[in-house]
Design a protein around this ligand. Structure first.
Ligand code: AMP
Ligand code: MN
Ligand code: MN
Ligand code: MN
Length: 287
């Protein structure tokens, strides 16, 4: 067992992952992960459901969520870590985002119904945590043989510009940062390399994120060292953001994304794990 191995971004059946919080924790332990944050979309339910099991197994579980927001017309994801999940403003905000998700789901299903019949009727019994996302539709389409895999479901139907796409008017980025920091948590910019914007625009967004109270950025989210990581490490250093790491694990059959499979944190960054308030969330020896 290593002294310290962290994954601060993953999903369970409480949002759009395929493993229950308990199954995910078992997998984390198989992969020698010592510190885990379950970051289900727009809910802290994954953390809450997993906490008793993590405690019993001796895995350090950090409170987490991944919140959807918008900035200059782009949908952006912000990971919140080490929040007080009993904070009313945070929970009210997350609930609002889940309402927006349900409104979108009905819009998507109305479009789907015209094309190939309702998808939602099969999805509803599978919803575990009150959160519904586009992945639920993608996997129902796979189950019905309409598409081969999740990527095809998005490319053909679910992404912006495709026939089942429905826009969501998510809250603004600065507001979401406040939900997290107001609950005593650390706001982390999730997977900054996936947003389709120029390097200049990304830098502008990160600067605004930092000005709004954002403190972290995901630098490592793959097993291999790659140019994106080095680019994000450089931005973390220049902007004075803590460097985070997370696999964004959703399901075991996505074999390119293993829980805890993460390249070493680039040298010269300021790792987020040194900044958690609770001593048990920090490594006992320097990493
Ligand atoms: P949602 O928050 O419900 O709009 O869904 C976002 C999730 O859909 C992401 O977390 C990804 O798991 C997945 N996703 C988004 N775009 C794609 C894509 N082009 N291919 C495959 N999965 C995608
Ligand atoms: Mn997801
Ligand atoms: Mn995301
Ligand atoms: Mn995610």
């Amino acid at each position: 067992m290593p002294n310290f191995k962290a994954d601060y971004h993953c999903h369970t059946t409480i949002s759009d992952g395929s493993l229950t919080p308990e199954q995910l924790i078992d997998l984390a332990m198989e992969h020698d992960v010592t510190h885990l944050a379950i970051t289900d979309h727009d809910t802290t339910g994954g953390y809450e459901a997993g906490l008793p099991f993590a405690k019993a197994k001796g895995l350090q579980l950090i409170s987490g969520t991944e919140i959807s927001c918008q900035w200059q017309g782009h949908t952006i994801h912000i990971v919140g870590l080490e929040m007080d999940i009993t904070n009313d403003a945070l929970q009210a905000g997350l609930k609002w985002n889940r309402v927006l998700r349900w409104q979108r789901a009905f819009e998507i299903d109305a479009k789907a119904s015209k094309k190939f019949g309702s998808l939602l009727e099969n999805i509803l019994p599978t919803i575990k945590g009150g959160m519904i996302g586009r992945n639920h539709f993608a996997h129902e389409m796979i189950a019905r043989g309409l598409v081969k895999d999740q990527g095809k479901a998005f490319d053909k139907y679910l992404k912006q510009g495709r026939s089942l796409y429905a826009k969501v008017d998510w809250p603004e980025l600065s507001e979401i940062v406040q939900w997290i920091t107001g609950a005593g948590g650390i706001a982390v910019m999730a997977h900054p390399h996936v947003y389709k914007m120029s390097a200049h625009k990304l830098n502008t967004m990160l600067k605004e994120f930092k000005d709004a109270g954002g403190e972290g950025i995901e630098v490592v989210n793959q097993p291999r060292v790659c140019s994106e990581q080095l680019g994000m490490a450089d931005r973390a250093k220049r902007l004075g953001l803590y460097a985070s790491q997370g696999s964004d694990f959703h399901r075991p059959e996505h074999t390119w994304r293993g829980l805890g499979w993460l390249a070493p944190m680039p040298v010269g960054t300021d790792p987020i794990w040194n900044h958690f308030t609770k001593p048990e969330n920090r490594p006992t020896k320097s990493v």
